[in-house]
Design a protein around this ligand. Structure first.
Ligand SMILES: *Cc1c(COP(=O)(O)O)cnc(C)c1O
Length: 433
């Protein structure tokens, strides 16, 4: 009887890393598998088990694990140095390519993480407008800095309570939290607060509470109302950027925000993010302007090389790639729909482009409040049975599943059988023995 290596590693990890992990979403009970290596659509764990991956590093790996073009580009760059502390032509070229792909990104700053990107985008919007307050939406995630770690209030505009110990009430007193997909709430807030609102920050498609799509016309209305009141509209495209389309949600929905944040897919598996937008807003950034922002690793040549290789690949292949990803997502959604009907499971299955999620609830989901009606026991049974079958999805109902270019027809067939077992397990939780 040998104990699983992952279990032993989890026990060991808990002694030096809080909760045994370096990011909380990675932990689940009884123990998470510890990764040995990855290739294409598969992860391999310390015990030699293979998993078909629908987490794809929380959406970062649009082209799959260890993508050959990206690896080649990195190998060529490594001997030329990994960090300079001085500007490079590569950064300029990369910024030009991002600008060409994303409609609103006239100017930008490269940073290392999405958290940095949203933190600085908000600072720039406040500096530019000389206003203090921001609006975010209940359940939208914008990284883990103080200003946006706010839980939702219900009803109309509420000052939220911090989501985390260690965030003083004072740090979030200028953050207004509103329900997503609710125009009345935002109109009412602007009616009373408009002279103070620097920015509205939104995930154009909510992908951090499961997957919730904007109602038809919602993003257009956000665009209109922010324009009316001189408020900066920020699309947090850290998940949707390069995933809904090469130009992200801006291109997909045809709505141009004043600023956007990009990350995840942009770095091709390396730490890289960006914030940017209209030139007149971005000119406020130091040393051009008086909004301070800096970063030792910003635009480092390894991340920029991986990002450039990713962008080149995407722009070359977009006409085949995006339709193929969408077709595969629709196929998985259809499989799930048929099987849940079979097991008489009341569910909501949402999908767009290469993202999908199943919610175990009969109720329509349009915002975080409605998403919270989902049955956690059913999701847990579904997740653990998928894992047993060799399919890894994010371990929470409030995450999203991602399909990559590396997922093959064979992978999809394999998933069909795994879904069947997992939904059977979920259905069983209705009648506990
Ligand atoms: C992941 C994510 C972030 C934070 O990015 P990090 O690189 O993890 O700091 C911000 N916004 C959205 C929408 C995200 O999905």
């Amino acid at each position: 009887m040998t104990e699983p290596k992952s279990m032993l590693l989890y026990e060991r990890a808990k002694k030096t890393l809080p909760g045994g992990v370096n990011s909380p979403v990675r932990a689940f009970e009884p123990y998470p598998f510890f990764v040995e290596c990855a290739q294409g659509s598969k992860l391999y764990d310390a015990d030699g088990k293979k998993y078909l991956d629908y987490c794809m590093a929380y959406g970062a790996l649009l082209l799959g694990h260890a993508q050959p073009e990206i690896l080649e580009a990195i190998k060529a760059q490594l001997p030329r140095g990994t960090l300079y502390g001085a500007p490079t032509e590569l950064e300029v070229q990369f910024a030009e390519a991002i600008s060409q792909a994303s409609p609103c990104m006239e100017m930008m700053r490269l940073v290392s993480t999405g958290t940095e990107a949203t933190m600085h985008a908000i600072r720039a919007a406040r500096g530019y407008t000389n206003r203090k307050k921001i609006i975010k939406f209940d359940g939208c995630f914008h990284g883990s800095h103080d200003n946006v770690l706010v839980k939702a209030g219900s009803g109309a505009a509420t000052f939220g309570a911090p989501n985390s110990l260690g965030v003083p009430q004072e740090s979030i007193q200028n953050t207004l939290v509103l329900p997503y997909n609710n125009l009345e709430a935002i109109e009412n807030t602007f009616r009373t607060e408009s002279p103070n609102i620097a920015a509205v920050i939104v995930e154009p498609v909510m992908a951090n509470v499961g997957l919730i799509l904007p109602k038809s016309g919602y993003l257009e209305s956000l665009r209109k109302i922010t324009q009316t009141y001189g408020t900066v509209l920020i699309f947090d495209e850290i998940i949707t950027g390069f995933r809904l389309a090469l130009g992200g949600a801006q291109e997909y929905f045809g709505v141009k925000p004043d600023m956007a944040t990009l990350g995840k897919v942009l770095g091709g598996g390396f730490p890289l993010a960006a914030f940017g937008g209209k030139t007149e807003i971005m000119q406020t950034i130091s040393p051009a302007g008086k909004v301070y922002q800096a970063g030792t690793f910003s635009g480092n040549p390894i991340s920029a090389t991986a990002g450039m290789a990713t962008l080149s690949y995407l722009s070359k292949n977009k006409n085949q790639l995006y339709p193929k990803l969408e077709k595969n997502t629709i196929e998985l959604k259809k499989t799930l729909t048929d099987q849940t009907t079979n097991y008489k499971l009341p569910v909501q299955i949402h999908s767009i482009a290469s993202l999908y999620q199943i919610f175990f609830t009969p109720q329509t989901i349009t915002d975080y409040d409605s998403a919270k009606q989902s049955n956690p026991a059913m999701f847990s049974a579904y997740f653990h049975e998928l894992l047993k079958q060799g399919v890894f999805i994010p371990p929470s109902q409030y995450e999203t599943c991602f399909i990559s270019e590396a997922h093959t027809e064979t992978d999809l067939k394999f998933t069909t059988n795994a879904f069947d077992c997992a939904l059977k397990a979920a259905a069983k939780t209705r009648n506990p023995p």
